[in-house]
Design a protein around this ligand. Structure first.
Ligand code: MG
Length: 216
């Protein structure tokens, strides 16, 4: 039986909440507090508008809104140089290596086309996934595409967002096991649909799960 693991990135493999907190602190050392606040307002505005985080667009709009900001270049450098390899959750790479012993690992992440692939590469995740990386603005709309590229008898979707797991469950019912990793600020959001098959508190917990449960 062929098995494909669909792995999310933000708050599943990378502690994005912590990375964002550290970036905020760094930006506050670069610009006045009201400018730092404005940066995150623009970030939220873009997120609402596009349905996802988009740092390149956030930086563009920030520069346009504050053409007088002398440190705009430093803010951009801070955003573009976040050392994501330091924000991997403990044992995230071990989990990927372990899942490779059970099937094929595919990263399926939400994000923009520039920053998100860079983040995934910098964290060492592209290499760990052997280049199997998909980045979409709304990944739930591309499940069919992923299935064509990676056909399998059974899928295992691992994500911090229970609502996304519910969408996958509805579409692949009987051919998918959904695993909710309760990390990050979406951890307690309701699933809005079928409940996850398994719930773990940390990505590292997957190392201790009986592999049979990935298919049951
Ligand atoms: Mg996520």
């Amino acid at each position: 039986m062929t098995r494909v693991f669909l792995l999310d990135v933000d708050n599943t493999l990378i502690d994005n909440d912590r990375a964002k907190g550290d970036l905020d602190r760094e930006i506050r050392t670069l610009v006045r507090p009201d400018r730092a606040g404005a940066f995150w307002s623009v970030y939220e505005e873009v997120r609402q508008e596009r349905g996802g985080v988009d740092f390149p667009e956030t930086l563009r709009r920030f520069r346009r809104a504050f053409p007088d900001e002398a440190r705009a270049g430093d803010v951009e450098r801070a955003v573009m140089s976040v050392p994501f390899e330091r924000y991997l959750f403990p044992r995230a790479l071990d989990v990927i290596a372990y899942l490779w012993t059970l099937g094929t690992v595919v990263i399926v992440s939400d994000g923009d086309r520039v920053y998100q692939p860079m983040k995934i590469a910098r964290a060492g995740l592209s290499r760990a996934a052997k280049g199997n990386v998909f980045v979409y603005a709304h990944k739930e709309d591309h499940l069919a595409e992923v299935q064509i590229r990676f056909p399998a008898d059974h899928y295992v979707h691992i994500d911090d967002k229970a609502s996304l797991l519910a969408r996958t469950k509805e579409r692949l019912d009987g051919r998918v096991t959904t695993i909710h990793v309760r990390q990050g600020h979406y951890a307690s959001d309701p699933p809005a649909g079928p409940l996850p098959d398994l719930t773990v508190d940390r990505i590292a917990d997957l190392l201790a799960i009986d592999p049979a449960r990935f298919t049951a």
